[in-house]
Design a protein around this ligand. Structure first.
Ligand code: NAD
Ligand code: ZN
Length: 337
């Protein structure tokens, strides 16, 4: 299956098929040079699969996890590109999860003011969400995604088979972005999550969530309006993530907890808690509200004394409210997880 994303200055394909990694060479020019960025947790068999189809390539591995979205790692990867004599004719391939996609995308956007970029996401989170939309970023200390740019890939290859080795906790954490997609814009995704056999519908969930994201990104590439709704659960989620040093909880787990604060309907909130519990995801975290709040205000979505908060009125229907910081803090205090 193929989806084509059409944004202002670029059109690119997303190939969505089990086993498509094996046919990478049908989508790329194999005579070109490729810099393959990945991390040390990515199974060697996946790396070998890509290398076998890109004879003129080098592989660069960074440490796994959020810590690699750092200025230091960014510098190391740029240096490795330079050492490989990368030019604008060469392509960076990001093979891995959202961390590799965000870091690799930002290197591709910055190195020589932009080089071609192919994304091969290997986690549920990156297949559902981060591999499309063109947001690339690294963190500054604990403040997430504060340095970055909009830079779209030239091709995205989503092979569900690559998920076979992904630990269950990461599978479930990534699915939160699809649950979010359902809550903000597509009730039919939400309905799948309500079923006990939702895990049998993984392909459908990923496809529907991607379609939703494609629509949103095409409507509002630079996040002036509609796209802000994708931040549902993220303002507080990022605060929780930072409070726990970007280590204890995964991104999706924090977003899941962050969403619970802004569900208008209490019945829906109960239902979402039930879904998260069924998925084995946390619905409670011990928080020092003052500290979490400090991170929230450092987050780029906080303007002066207000913050854009995404709320869900009912499954599939979201809206944005400009809230005063004191109101947000009161909600954090009133609504302990
Ligand atoms: P991740 O990239 O850290 O991957 C999770 C873990 O799984 C890592 O340890 C990784 O090495 C390992 N892994 C990846 N693929 C594997 C496989 N197939 N088999 C075995 N292990 C594998 O985390 P993630 O959840 O994919 O991404 C989280 C990041 O994505 C966060 O930094 C978040 O901010 C970012 N994000 C970006 C966007 C965007 O639009 N750019 C959207 C959502 C999230
Ligand atoms: Zn997210």
């Amino acid at each position: 299956m193929k989806l084509t994303v059409d944004v202002k200055h670029k059109t690119y394909d997303i190939i969505l098929e089990r086993g498509c990694l094996k046919t990478l060479d049908t989508y790329i020019d194999t005579t070109k040079r490729y810099f393959i960025l990945t991390d040390t947790n990515i199974p060697q068999s996946l790396i070998d699969e890509v290398v076998a189809q890109c004879p003129n390539s080098t592989v660069y591995k960074v440490a796994p996890g959020e810590q690699s979205k750092s200025i230091q790692t960014f510098e190391d990867v740029c240096q490795a590109c330079l050492d490989f004599h990368m030019s604008r004719k060469d392509t960076l391939i990001a093979l891995g999860g959202g961390v590799i996609g965000d870091l690799g995308g930002f290197v591709a956007a910055s190195y020589m003011r932009g080089i071609p970029f192919i994304s091969i996401p290997t986690t549920t989170l990156s297949q559902i969400d981060s591999s499309i939309g063109g947001k690339t970023a690294i963190n500054l200390g604990k403040v997430k995604n504060i340095i970055g740019s909009f830079y779209h890939p030239d091709l995205v290859l989503i092979d569900f088979d690559t998920l076979a080795t992904l630990p269950k906790r990461h599978i479930q954490s990534g699915l939160v972005e699809a649950l979010k997609a359902g809550l903000i814009h597509d009730k039919s995704i939400y309905e799948i999550f309500k079923q006990d056999d939702y895990e049998d519908h993984l392909d459908e969930i990923v496809y529907k969530a991607l379609c939703m994201k494609k629509w949103v990104v095409e409507e509002d590439e630079k996040e002036v309006g509609l796209r802000k709704t994708l931040n549902f659960g993220h303002s507080i989620g990022h605060g929780i993530e930072a409070y726990y040093n970007l280590e204890t909880y995964y991104h999706g787990e924090c977003v899941g907890m962050g969403m619970l604060y802004f569900l208008d309907d209490d019945e829906v909130k109960k239902e979402v808690i039930k879904i998260l519990e069924k998925m084995g995801l946390p619905t409670h975290a011990d928080l020092d509200i003052d500290k979490v709040f400090d991170y929230i205000t450092m987050d780029k979505k906080a303007h002066a004394d207000t913050i854009s908060i995404v709320k869900v009125r009912e499954p599939g229907k979201s809206y944005i409210e400009e809230m005063s910081l004191s109101e947000v803090k009161a909600i954090l205090e009133r609504n302990p997880l």
